[in-house]
Write a protein that binds this ligand. Structure first.
Ligand SMILES: NC(=O)c1ccc[n+]([C@@H]2O[C@H](COP(=O)([O-])OP(=O)(O)OC[C@H]3O[C@@H](n4cnc5c(N)ncnc54)[C@H](O)[C@@H]3O)[C@@H](O)[C@H]2O)c1
Length: 355
């Protein structure tokens, strides 16, 4: 069941950094094309909701998302709050009959993800987590290579994103009860989602991980260009996480992420290995060998279009045409199960099974 009447009525819950920079501009673009009308912008902070709604032709600012959902009937709700609010806002919006795009990570626990999926099924409304990296041109190219079978049997992968000094200083990223964790749920969720999706979404069976806090709570923290806007004693999440994840059929993935680490430079890397070929993002390409040489395929030009733009446009199109969403909520639930298992494994100092 879907509402294909145009323009679709869109509401935003949370109008902070990501909404301002990477969601609202693309919804406004769709509004200019006559495909949507942004009718509500909700934020607890008055200045934010008023400023962002004033930039839209038809939007009313709201302080309470429950009141907004009562007042207006929405086709799409885009949830861009900090992580603690993802599940309650998503479930309320689904129950009110809207399709929901929600920022990453999906929620604070796999139990919350289950409830979100159940609400989406009951309401017969679409639910998608905003994993924008899947929508980038490089990901699209790598997926084409994997789907062609050029890797042969995929057996292992490694992914890392290590910032030298880059702890988010705004919002609630540093507070566990608001965000769940640090780089694992911030940038780790992107890398793991992309890697697991490219591998063909194998089922995770176990994780062994360790998380560390070495920089974020230091009063003398030097955070380079990122600045520090939070009191050091508030910082109670990790700033480094590392894990080995085992999947069915013996497939493995190693993952390391940091907001701060004493490395030579920021490192963003991923490779996926098969017995016929491998792919990587840094450098981007397909790597193999023939009978007498080592080979590589790279691309001289790829679209630099923002993955967030493609993601927002994709979700809008899925609602307009009743198409399946690219990031299935069940896939995001599996990533959340991996995250839950890594934190538990770190706490217990042993491998944790994933059901
Ligand atoms: N995809 C990406 O690359 C990316 C990048 C940054 C952040 N994010 C995600 O986006 C989300 C928000 O991050 P941000 O950087 O915009 O944080 P932010 O702190 O700048 O914005 C969050 C906003 O939500 C509002 N809010 C909180 N509770 C609310 C409620 N009950 N009702 C209405 N508004 C409420 C806050 O007042 C704030 O303005 C997080 O989940 C984060 O993980 C994703």
């Amino acid at each position: 069941m879907t509402n294909t009447a145009r323009p679709l009525k869109v509401g935003l819950i949370g109008s902070g950094a990501i909404a301002r920079e990477q969601h609202l501009p693309y919804w406004r673009e769709l509004e200019e094309e006559g495909r949507v009308r942004i009718v509500g912008v909700c934020d607890l902070i008055r200045e934010r909701r008023e400023k962002e709604s004033a930039l839209c032709a038809n939007a009313v600012p709201y302080a309470d998302y429950k009141k907004m959902l009562q007042k207006e009937s929405f086709d799409i709700i885009d949830v861009c709050t900090q992580n603690r609010v993802h599940a309650p806002a998503t479930i309320a919006a689904l129950n009110a009959g809207a399709h929901v795009l929600v920022e990453k990570p999906m929620a604070m626990s796999s139990r919350e993800c289950d409830a979100m999926i159940a609400a989406s099924k009951k309401a017969e409304r679409k639910l998608m987590v905003a994993q924008h990296m899947r929508f980038e041109a490089r990901a699209e190219k790598l997926k084409e290579v994997v789907d062609s079978g050029a890797l042969g049997e995929i057996y292992t992968a490694e992914t890392k994103w290590l910032r030298r000094r880059g702890i988010p200083g705004w919002g609630q990223f540093h507070i566990k009860k608001e965000s769940l964790g640090g780089p694992l749920i911030d940038i780790g969720v992107h890398m793991m989602d992309l890697c697991v999706w490219l591998m063909g979404c194998p089922k995770p069976v176990a994780a062994s991980g360790k998380v560390y806090r070495k920089f974020g709570d230091r009063k003398d923290l030097f955070n380079a260009d990122w600045g520090v806007h939070y009191p050091a004693e508030e910082f109670d999440v990790e700033d480094y996480a590392t894990a080995l994840i085992r999947f069915e059929k013996g497939i493995t993935m190693q993952m390391s992420v940091s907001w701060a680490a004493n490395v030579h430079d920021e490192i963003e890397d991923m490779y996926i290995l098969g017995d016929k070929g491998g792919i990587g993002i840094n450098p981007l390409g397909y790597f193999s060998a023939d009978h007498s040489s080592l080979t590589r395929t790279t691309w001289d030009w790829l679209s630099a279009e923002d993955g967030h733009r493609r993601e927002v446009r994709h979700f809008c199109e899925c609602v307009e045409k009743d198409l399946p969403v690219m990031v299935k909520p069940e896939e995001s639930l599996r990533i959340q199960k991996i995250i839950d298992a890594i934190y538990e494994s770190s706490r217990l100092n042993k491998e944790v099974m994933i059901k």
